[in-house]
Ligand binder design. Structure first.
Ligand SMILES: CC(C)(COP(=O)(O)OP(=O)(O)OC[C@H]1O[C@@H](n2cnc3c(N)ncnc32)[C@H](O)[C@@H]1OP(=O)(O)O)[C@@H](O)C(=O)NCCC(=O)NCCS
Length: 153
C-alpha cells in the first residue's frame, strides 16, 4: 500500500500506511455491515495478492461501489482483477441482494477500466477534472452494472 505505482490511481495514495494502520482498517471493516472487504488469494499456493471491497452499501437503494487493489505488481495483467470483479458481483447480486454496483476510474487507469467493462459495466458518465492526480486534474469515468445485466461466467 506504500508502493506509489500501486496506489497512484487510488485514494490510498494520500497517506502513509503501516502494518498497524492496515490492521485497524481490516478490523474496522471486519465488523461493518455496510462495507465488505475481501482478500484475493491465488488458487495455487494461497498467496494473498490483493483486496476487493463492496461498499459502502446504500441499503435503501441497494447500491454499492466496488474498489480493488492487486498489490502484488508481478500479478498484474493475469486476469486477476477481471475475475475478482466477477466474483464480487456474484456476491453482491447474490447473497447481498444488491441492485447495482458502481465504480469510478481515474483517467489513465486503462487496466481498471477494461476490467470493469469486460464484466458488463457500462460507462454512465465522466466527472470532469474530478481528481488531482500526479499534479494534473484528471477526469473520472463512472461505470455501473445492474443486477439484471450481470452475466456470471
Ligand atoms: C488496475 C488493476 C486492478 C488491474 O488488475 P489486473 O489484474 O492487472 O487486471 P486484468 O489482468 O484483469 O486486466 C484487465 C484488462 O486490462 C488490460 N491491461 C492490463 N494492464 C494494462 C495496462 N497497463 N494498460 C492497458 N491495459 C492493461 C488487460 O490486458 C485486460 O484486458 P483484456 O482482457 O482485454 O486483455 C491493477 O493494476 C491494480 O490493482 N492497480 C492498482 C490499484 C488500482 O488502480 N485499482 C483500481 C482503482 S479503480
Amino acid at each position: 500500500m506504500n508502493d506509489p505505482e500501486v496506489v497512484r490511481f487510488t485514494e490510498a495514495r494520500h497517506g502513509v500506511h503501516t502494518y498497524e494502520s492496515l490492521l485497524a482498517y481490516v478490523d474496522k471493516l471486519g465488523v461493518s455491515d455496510s462495507e465488505f472487504l475481501m482478500g484475493l488469494f491465488e488458487t495455487e499456493g494461497g498467496r494473498h495478492v490483493g483486496n476487493i471491497k463492496i461498499g459502502p452499501v446504500n441499503a435503501i437503494h441497494r447500491t454499492a461501489s466496488l474498489g480493488l487493489v492487486i498489490g502484488e505488481r508481478t500479478c498484474w495483467n493475469r486476469g486477476y482483477a477481471s475475475e475478482a470483479i466477477r466474483l464480487a458481483a456474484r456476491h453482491a447480486f447474490g447473497p447481498l441482494r444488491l441492485h447495482k454496483l458502481t465504480a469510478g476510474i481515474i483517467d489513465g487507469n486503462e487496466a481498471s477500466l477494461k476490467a470493469f467493462l469486460k464484466n458488463g459495466f457500462v460507462v454512465e458518465g465522466v466527472r470532469r477534472q474530478q481528481n488531482l492526480c500526479e499534479s494534473t486534474w484528471r477526469d473520472e469515468t463512472l461505470v455501473g452494472l445492474l443486477a439484471s445485466e450481470f452475466h456470471d461466467g
